[in-house]
Design a protein around this ligand. Sequence first.
Ligand SMILES: Cc1ncc(COP(=O)(O)O)c(C=O)c1O
Length: 373
Amino acid sequence: MTPKGIRRAVHEVSAYVPGKTIEEVKREYGLSDVVKLGSNENPYGPFPASRRAMQQEVDRLHSYPDSSFEEIKRLLGELHGVSPASVAISHGAGGMLETIARTFIEEGDEVLLPVETYRLYREISRLMGGVTVEIPVTADYRIDLEAMAERITPRTKLAWLCNPNNPTSTLFDPEAYAAFRDRLPDTAWIVLDEAYVEFAGEAARPDAVAELTNHNVIVVRTFSKAYGLAGARLGYAMARPEVIRVIDTVAEPFNANRVGLAGAAAVLREDGEAYVHALEATLAERARLTEALRGRGYAVAESRTNFIFFDTGADASALAARMLEGGVIVRSCASWGFPAHLRVTVGKPEHTERFLAVLDAAIRALRKETVYG
Ligand SMILES: Cc1ncc(COP(=O)(O)O)c(C=O)c1O
């Protein structure tokens, strides 16, 4: 029975369903060697200087972190060419998305988002009493900004735009974005979630700094992906200083931990080489995996992220479940309305080999079942 006294909006929210952990799969299937390609983590992290800094920081865990986050804000400001006052820190990008929802969304506000995107947007918008207006992606799996623009009203308060998009791996069209942005009322805000943008390469996309300077735009980034620090939980936003001041006021105090802060600062200061090496290795592996899947006849979206979204031509949930037996964790995209698509994180070369072998075997087994079962 639901406990009494829970806010009405909470009943509109579904729990976030994370991918299975390696430990869970080992236990459930009696396996000793499991590969997790279900949560878009970076298998090369943490990088050496980052690791050392985090280990040293453990000795200081009896005391609170510097709540002004001075060093990390300065380093991020230097990285992006903005002032430290344009940066806010959070417990993962997820924590920042939630703070943004709490800052902007009022009961009855309309919130625009794609149907097939990062789930948290819908849940936190509804939690705040927002009315979500959800628009399907285009046939080539890009956020449909033209259709979204048609749904703008004077009540539109916020648009969540994930670029590149999770789970479809694509970038949106920058021109359609500019047209969409310019149609929004001046009380509305765009959140550009660039969690995967480091993997996007040279492909055309909005210039984040110009956007936040000239428009009602907040850019969200994370150390969880390209920087290899998912477990350290550190994210950030960039916006005009007056927006950052409000976000920092709404956020809980000390909303990042010492270990994550130390790891993130060290990665920016000293791990440039390891970062580039991991990024290049991931991009090379992404190309190889895309090629291997296309060679098998699968339709693969052009990935601008560290994961690949592809059409298996089969029941993706059954396939993902079957692949667990082979010790490979991937994500079925059925819950996003793509019953035949899988999302697989780009790992190291040996992960690609294992993934392909287990995929081939699972597909064969499923086909046999359909023919004889
Ligand atoms: C698009 C997107 N935004 C935000 C997040 C949350 O990232 P973090 O680990 O920094 O909370 C994720 C995590 O997978 C994501 O895919």
